[in-house]
Unconditional design. Structure first.
Length: 214
């Protein structure tokens, strides 16, 4: 079962360039330490104004071992002390997610130029109904060119919620997907049926671009 961490910082006024530089330096250290990390910058949604670092781990044991490796690394400790005192951003999130599909392992070369994300809190007593709706939606998104991933969060900004991400190679691929979705009769029928008896409330939505420089 793969695990993903999401650490978000809100940029302080007038400090975007400094925040981006610190995020890039952080990414370099994390990758130096062998971690599958990316920097994500939202261009739409409630997280606009923040920059997040996302790291994939093979499982919880890998997450714990990686955190211990980071905390023991002298270069990281020096960077973190300097960046924390720099004042370019304020931390607003540290969340952990685990995949609903326990066999899922992210590919190192999966398309991750753009991420479309929605996060949901199931209504009381409706978790199973909600998950059935999500699993019905995934083949539609795949059919129209997206790569879907469904995760649950117990720790973080929105505990006991489900995060649904759809990834694309770039913004052009996302735009093509969105236009297909808007005109697809099968999707529209699914969505109307799902919204006729909502099983969850949305707590987050956004479009995020990979700002890692690769």
């Amino acid at each position: 079962m793969a695990v993903i961490s999401l650490t978000g910082f809100r940029t302080q006024p007038g400090r975007l360039a400094d925040h981006l530089a610190a995020s890039a330096e952080s990414l370099g250290h994390l990758r130096r330490l062998g971690m599958q990390a990316v920097v994500l910058q939202p261009i739409a949604g409630g997280d606009v104004g923040t920059i997040a670092t996302s790291i994939n781990f093979a499982n919880n044991a890998d997450y714990v071992a990686s955190m211990q490796r980071i905390m023991a690394d002298e270069q990281w400790v020096e960077f973190w002390g300097r960046a924390s005192g720099g004042g370019s951003a304020v931390q607003v999130e540290t969340s952990l997610f685990s995949d609903v599909d326990t066999s899922f392992q992210p590919s190192a070369d999966r398309p991750l130029g753009v991420v479309l994300a929605t996060q949901w809190r199931a209504k009381p007593g409706r978790m199973m109904d909600f998950m059935e709706t999500v699993m019905t939606a995934v083949p539609h998104t795949t059919r129209m060119g997206g790569t879907a991933r469904v995760m649950q969060s117990v720790i973080g900004a929105h505990p006991m919620t489900t995060l649904v991400t759809t990834t694309f190679a770039d913004l052009d691929a996302y735009g093509e997907y969105s236009d297909k979705l808007a005109g697809d009769e099968q999707w529209q029928a699914f969505w109307v049926n799902a919204m006729s008896d909502p099983t969850a409330d949305m707590v987050r939505s956004g479009i995020y671009v990979n700002a890692s420089g690769d």
